[in-house]
Design a protein around this ligand. Structure first.
Ligand code: GLC
Length: 515
């Protein structure tokens, strides 16, 4: 099935935050070998592609998103050999591997920046954004993410400011300098030559900047500069990156983190099929659990992306935000309904490791807070079994365990066919077996406010109807199903394989197959 479609359209992607996946050395931090040892689990779950958050050499001011060497593995995570073994073993199981690429900024410990800051006439000075003070202060009003202070740090020894859109330890690279472009292209070649299947490109919309570095609108500036930077220069740079990827084969893929909070702007990063293959679209991630609001997001994605033939992506959780189960109020029935939504929408779903276990964020006591952006909760370690160390080499990982690790762990949920883990597995399998679900079209259906309903359809496959009851009361199905429809999947497992009764239980979601 779907052989005519590129893999990244029909795939289910699974994000791994390496620090939190599995530790095999006893230092409390997950590592590449820990990922390799669990590939059989991922293959069993049925996902097709892994996105690995950064494992590069890093002083870890932003837990790896501050890269000190783009072409090496931090000893915390292992070695390049470990990476090669992981990649080969993943490929043996038909799992593709996408790695995180962090092009907007390096670590302040990267040799490029150490040189750049060493003197005003260093040949790498112009690899970063250095500017004289404006009056007594920074060169413009841009605000940094995380600190919400100026995005400029004054360097005493050379008496200039450098730009950092994130932490001061993350200076922004100057992509308007062709030497930077060439050096960063080399880093892509390095990993493509090793065989990676693609990249998740970190805050990619930031690489092109206003050459004048003009002020942000004062009413918007406090948002931080990140969601405001939307520049034609970036699109030019992306077209060159796309040519580089395409010079390998059509199979290499880039998914961009485009942190612009408007789907119509995100759409432009697909170009005319000559920029990024996929882009993350953040407005749905920030949408509360509400049928009408979700309907609007789906409509918006179809309106903005459909006409330009751009393929959507869907994400409910990642390493930067509270897990969706926690955000949606904590009930497992809701987390199950959300799984049905995520895995039946038109577009590529990205799961975040642990959501298939129904994990909630961990509670982080004040003395254990680590992340400058307040994102520790969603980065809790994955519990693999019910033993005291939950399958980690140390019982005391870098962050606290998520709630209920004694029961809510991979080993226990694998044993329980009624668990949320098995629901994810059934959904992924159903999606793979159905062209309608994997790559088909979508039609939103009218109905009561509390039910989100849509049809997925493709030539040669039975139509699927997805009905999601957002309310806590039983609700009649909004659709007049002509012809019998069988329950293919139910979020609570009830009635699967039987004709649909026409009523949805509280917070129940179903996938129906029209016979
Ligand atoms: C992206 C990453 C986030 C990181 C930031 C700076 O938003 O997802 O984790 O802190 O970029 O690199």
């Amino acid at each position: 099935m779907n052989s005519a479609q590129p893999w990244w359209k029909s795939c289910v992607a699974y994000q791994i935050y390496p620090r939190s996946f599995c530790d095999t050395t006893g230092n409390g931090v997950g590592d590449l070998e820990g990922i390799r040892r669990h590939l059989d689990y991922l293959a069993w779950l049925g996902v097709d592609a892994l996105w690995l958050s950064p494992f590069y050499k890093s002083p870890m001011a932003d837990y790896g998103y501050d890269v000190a060497d783009y072409c090496d593995v931090d000893p915390l995570f292992g070695t390049l050999d470990d990476f090669d073994k992981l990649l080969a073993d993943a490929h043996r199981r038909n799992l593709r591997v996408i790695i995180d690429w962090v092009p907007n900024h390096t670590s302040d410990q990267h040799p490029w920046f150490i040189e750049s800051r060493s003197s005003r006439d260093n040949p790498k000075r112009n690899w970063y954004w250095w500017r004289d003070p404006k009056g007594d202060g920074p060169p413009n009003n841009w605000i940094a993410s995380f600190t919400f202070g100026p995005a400029w740090e004054f360097d005493e020894s050379t008496q200039q400011y450098y730009l950092h859109t994130f932490l001061p330890q993350q200076p922004d690279l100057n992509w308007h300098n062709p030497e930077v472009v060439a050096a960063m292209h080399e880093t892509l070649h390095f990993w493509l030559d090793r065989g990676v299947d693609g990249f998740r490109m970190d805050v990619i919309h930031l690489i092109g900047k206003d050459p004048e570095l003009g002020d942000d609108p004062p009413d918007l500036a406090p948002l931080s500069h990140v969601p405001l930077n939307h520049r034609p220069e970036t699109h030019e740079l992306l077209r060159d990156i796309r040519l580089l990827l395409d010079s390998y084969d059509r199979d290499r893929m880039a998914v961009g983190e485009v942190y612009l909070l408007d789907t119509s702007l995100v759409a432009t990063y697909y170009g005319h099929g000559d920029e990024l293959h996929l882009n993350f679209n953040f407005p749905p991630l920030y949408t509360p659990w509400d049928a009408a609001l979700w309907r609007q997001q789906i409509e918006k994605a179809e309106q903005e992306l459909g006409p330009i033939d751009a393929w959507p992506t869907w994400v409910l959780s990642n390493h930067d935000n509270k897990r969706h189960r926690t955000r949606y109020g904590g009930s497992e029935s809701r987390a199950r309904a959300a799984a049905v939504l995520l895995l039946t929408l038109r577009g590529t779903p990205f799961l975040y490791a642990g959501e298939e276990l129904g994990l909630e964020d961990c509670v982080v006591p004040p003395e254990r807070v680590l992340d400058p952006g307040g994102r520790d909760g969603c980065r809790a370690p994955i519990p693999w079994d019910g033993s005291p160390s939950h399958g980690w080499a140390s019982a005391d990982p870098w962050l606290p365990w998520p709630p209920e690790p004694d029961k809510r762990n991979v080993a226990d949920l694998t044993e329980d066919p009624e668990s949320i883990l098995h629901l994810y597995r059934r959904l992924i399998a159903a999606r793979k077996a159905s062209a309608a679900l994997a790559v088909g079209s979508i039609e939103l259906l009218d109905g009561p406010d509390v039910v989100l309903a849509y049809r997925r359809y493709a030539p040669g496959d039975n139509d699927r109807f997805v009905l999601i009851n957002f309310s806590q009361a039983p609700t009649s199905a909004p659709v007049d199903l002509t012809g019998p429809a069988v329950v293919e999947i139910a979020s609570d497992g009830e009635g699967e394989g039987a004709p649909f009764t026409g009523v949805l239980a509280p917070e129940q979601a179903v996938v129906l197959r029209r016979c």
